[in-house]
Write a protein that binds this ligand. Structure first.
Ligand SMILES: Nc1nc2c(ncn2[C@@H]2O[C@H](COP(=O)(O)OP(=O)(O)OP(=O)(O)O)[C@@H](O)[C@H]2O)c(=O)[nH]1
Ligand SMILES: [Mg+2]
Length: 377
């Protein structure tokens, strides 16, 4: 093999970034939030007759990584990341009261920004402020879009089943009828709780109402004192079903002000408002959790780092997250859990108590595991 080709083969292929799409009615604060949460300098501007996506990366806050960094004092510490997409629709905001949901099909999760701020200088397409109405309108929109796809596929399946009634097609038909029933009754597909092969069968359709969803309620600056009860007062609790949905309240305008202050001034400003922290971290963290990912850590003097893997990942595959060479040459994983380390106080104490375990390639990595991979080079 020519040297250049071999060199290319050795470059580890980064895993696909998990992407959360910011969705919501016009002028709810999506772009403001996107700018605040990500490293992207430019925000999305619609135009030229098609939707434009802008993507930015956010660092996922993790108190455990901060504690590890304090313990190991590494040259750098690197958090997990999540990608956000802000999609601007053609024509910019204005009179549209419906949202084109198609550009969100390839997002792994949706972050729906719901307006509660009252500012009369920002017109609302429906003429009044009503978060529960808007959240319902968006939910209906996603359900309708999915129903369109289900009905089209069912028509097609009915014809195919006449020609060749295979077990596979029959099962697909059964599940899609279940989906149709849920959607016609106004229930998002994520509430069906499908799993295994059934879930795989549906993946290709990229159903919007099946995606995990985070509701972000953008409250009025005047209501910042009642942030904790904002979700309930806005009537949004009924949209939070099961593990695949969450809701967080924040005020984008105040977050914007915090972001412009020096850290010491920001802390004083937050304290004045009766808050302990900016809410942006909570939005990023909740988005990351909804994506179904978890973190394991590597520690050392050089770097303490959080790595993202889907729940259920084995140790050898997890090693591949760091480098394909470590995955290929995997021998053993030395594992201690974060909670054990913090309870014992040091790696040495964990070793003394036999809590630094040796695990094989099939070991299912847990959220919060600290791992040192032994590998052949
Ligand atoms: N008063 C107030 N204004 C806000 C708040 N958040 C956003 N805005 C304003 O609302 C307007 C729309 O904000 P954007 O962030 O552009 O909203 P968007 O959802 O991206 O809008 P489109 O992409 O055009 O649909 C801007 O003028 C913002 O300054 C808030 O919390 N309070
Ligand atoms: Mg925008």
């Amino acid at each position: 093999m020519p040297t250049a080709q071999r060199a290319i083969r050795r470059i580890p292929i980064p895993p696909p970034m998990l992407r959360a799409g910011l969705i919501g009615l016009p002028s709810t604060g999506k772009t403001t939030l996107f700018r605040l949460m990500t490293s992207a300098r430019e925000a999305a501007k619609g135009g030229h007759g098609k939707a434009e996506a802008h993507v930015g990366i956010s660092r996922v806050p993790d108190a455990r990584l901060d504690a590890l960094a304090a313990m190991f004092n590494p040259r750098k510490h690197t958090p997990a990341t999540v990608e956000f997409a802000d999609i601007a629709l053609p024509g910019g905001s204005g009179a549209r009261d419906l949202v084109d949901v198609a550009p969100f099909r390839n997002a792994d999760a949706l972050v729906q920004v719901v307006r509660a701020f009252r500012d009369p200088s920002v017109p609302h397409p429906s003429g009044s402020i009503d978060p529960a109405r808007d959240a319902q309108a968006m939910a209906d929109e996603l359900i309708l879009a999915d129903l369109g796809i289900v009905e089209k596929r069912l028509d097609r399946l009915a014809r195919d089943l006449k020609k060749s009634p295979t077990a596979d097609l029959k099962r697909e038909h059964e599940i899609l009828v279940q989906c149709q029933d849920a959607l016609e009754n106004g229930r998002p597909l994520r509430t069906l709780g499908l799993s295994g092969d059934d879930l795989k069968r549906l993946r290709g359709f990229q159903f919007l109402s099946a995606k995990p969803m985070l509701l972000v309620l953008n409250v009025d600056e005047g209501d910042i004192g009642a942030l904790d009860s904002a979700i309930a007062s806005a009537g949004l609790e009924r949209f939070v079903e099961g593990t695949a949905t969450r809701a967080v309240a924040l005020c984008a305008k105040i977050e914007l002000e915090i972001a412009e202050l020096e850290p010491a001034d920001a802390a004083a400003f937050l304290a004045d408002l009766g808050l302990t922290e900016s809410a942006l971290g909570r939005v990023i963290r909740a988005s990351y959790d909804l994506l179904g990912y978890m973190s394991f850590f590597t520690v050392g003097e050089d770097e303490c780092r959080a790595w993202s893997i889907p729940a259920g990942t084995g140790a050898q595959l997890a090693a591949g997250e760091i480098h394909s060479d470590i995955q290929r040459g995997f021998i053993r994983a030395e594992v201690v859990h974060y909670d054990t380390l913090t309870a014992r106080g040091s790696m040495a104490a964990c070793k003394d108590h036999g809590e630094f375990r040796l695990e094989g390639k099939e070991y299912v990595v847990r959220d919060g595991d600290i791992i040192n991979f032994r590998h052949a080079t």
